[in-house]
Design a protein around this ligand. Structure first.
Ligand code: FAD
Length: 417
């Protein structure tokens, strides 16, 4: 029986561990933190079947100067982070060219198509409706008038990607969500098949519970050094603990960068922080509501409504920018047409790639070392599919056709994005 160390107990590492245990492997899950307490704790909870367009697009390039200049700074770049962003930024620009964007988008559409079925099946296996809502989600337009034909064109584009989507007028939107303010509301895209979690931490905990038993150990330590063994396999040094295993899967989020650098591997995966506030204000929301131009969601969760979003390219450990929390609360107040009270605040680190696709694959030149990160805005959505792909790699299979583009090789062999 193969013994595999999975480094990182976020939604990706937990899902990978689950898939490996299901195939009979011994799993050593290594993380100093309890399961699901990293970025996976604070996301917006959407199994985002609609997210079929990578961020690097001709449209983003056109809008970027205006987005960066916006007074609410929904997207920000920390000047102190620019050296780390150099390789990412250059590749992002190339990925945004029309032909590259079309290629990455096609890859993402296929990946999401595979991922949603797997994620839905996993949610049903682990707890069904206790874990998620199946009421779809809305993306509202409320920045001046939006012609019904323009909204319908956006909905048609999503349908062309294989995603169920309807364009709704303001009356229909308020019929679904009476809490939304009518002021400034011009309509919405409605994705009826989107699921959303009642609490992302509950899913992590359910995965962890399903793992407990023979063949599974949680090693509560931070991996500092990885060394290949002459006999094959890897040695992990984590504080006083030394662990010899047959394979290693790196699921430590942005911390994978340091572990890979030590092996001489540099990938253009950067820290893109996001924020959330949990509201104390009671709001009877039936489904997540996003604001199309502001890239944030109001998601009804077990403990209340969570406002989550914003994009901040900055060093992962930098002190949070408190203005972002008040910005989220202000947007919430606009969306609901009344002041909102914040119960608590959170910041987390997305690990993002220039082409908008995760990095999943065997690390070239390092047998037995597999990497799974770079999920950006989609780690929850893609976690079950990531786990399925990693389990295939552990079994010695190649990445399947729809996932070839995810290999780390794409960033190592050439400078094309
Ligand atoms: C505001 C916001 C909203 C989001 N909304 C959504 C959404 O609606 N849908 C969606 O699909 N995605 C969303 N995301 C993205 C999603 O949350 C992430 O992609 C996902 O949580 C990444 O999971 P992970 O397991 O890779 O990382 P993490 O959850 O960060 O887990 C990594 C783990 O590695 C551990 N670790 C680090 N270093 C070491 C080490 N040296 N040794 C051992 N362990 C280590 C950490 O302690 C941590 O537990 C959102 C993200 C943000 C910030």
């Amino acid at each position: 029986m193969t013994t595999i160390a999975v480094i990182g107990a976020g939604i990706v590492g937990l899902s990978v561990s689950h898939a490996l245990r299901a195939r009979g492997h011994n799993v050593r899950l290594v993380d100093p933190e309890p399961p699901g307490k990293g970025t996976s704790f604070g996301n917006a909870g959407l199994v985002a079947n609609y997210a079929t367009a990578p961020m690097a697009s001709p449209e983003t390039l056109r809008q970027l100067p205006a987005m960066l200049a916006r007074s609410d700074r929904s997207i920000a770049i920390d000047p102190g982070y620019t050296p780390a962003l150099a390789s990412f930024g250059w590749r992002f620009l190339r990925a945004a060219r029309p032909a590259s964007f079309a290629r990455h988008k096609a890859d993402l559409v296929h990946l999401i198509d595979q991922a949603i079925a797997g994620q839905h099946a996993l949610l049903d296996e682990l707890g069904g409706k206790r874990l998620y809502r199946a009421n779809g989600c809305l993306q509202v337009v409320r920045d001046g008038p939006c012609a019904a034909s323009a909204l319908e064109a956006m909905a048609a584009a999503k349908r062309a990607d294989g995603v169920a989507c309807e364009a709704l007028g303001p009356g229909d939107v308020r019929g679904l969500e009476p809490e939304l303010s009518a002021e400034g509301l011009s309509g919405a895209l409605y994705f009826p098949e989107t699921r959303s979690l009642r609490d992302p931490l509950s899913l992590s905990r359910r995965l962890y519970q399903a793992l407990e038993g023979d063949g599974f150990t949680h090693v509560a330590a931070r991996v500092e050094v990885l060394t290949p063994l002459e006999t094959g396999g890897w040695r992990l040094q984590a504080g006083d603990i030394r662990l010899d295993v047959d394979r290693v899967v790196l699921c430590a989020g942005i911390a994978n960068n340091g572990l890979l650098h030590a092996q001489g591997i540099r990938l253009p995966v950067v820290s893109e922080r996001g924020y959330h506030v949990m509201l104390e204000t009671p709001l009877a929301l039936n489904r997540p509501v996003g604001w199309l131009t502001h890239h944030f969601y109001a998601t009804p969760m077990q403990e209340g409504v969570r406002l989550a979003g914003t994009t901040e390219f900055c060093p992962p450990g930098k002190v949070p920018n408190a203005r972002r929390w008040s910005q989220l609360a202000d947007w919430g107040a606009t969306l609901f047409g009344r002041p909102v009270e914040v119960a608590h605040e959170w910041v987390g680190v997305r690990h993002s790639t220039p082409d908008g696709l995760p990095v999943i694959g065997q690390v070239p030149g390092h047998p037995g070392l597999i990497v799974a990160y770079g999920h950006g805005h989609l780690g929850l959505t893609l976690s079950a599919e990531t786990a399925r792909l990693v389990a295939g790699l552990v079994a010695g299979e190649q990445l399947p056709e729809h996932a070839r583009a995810l290999s780390p090789q794409r960033f190592l062999t050439s400078l094309s994005p």
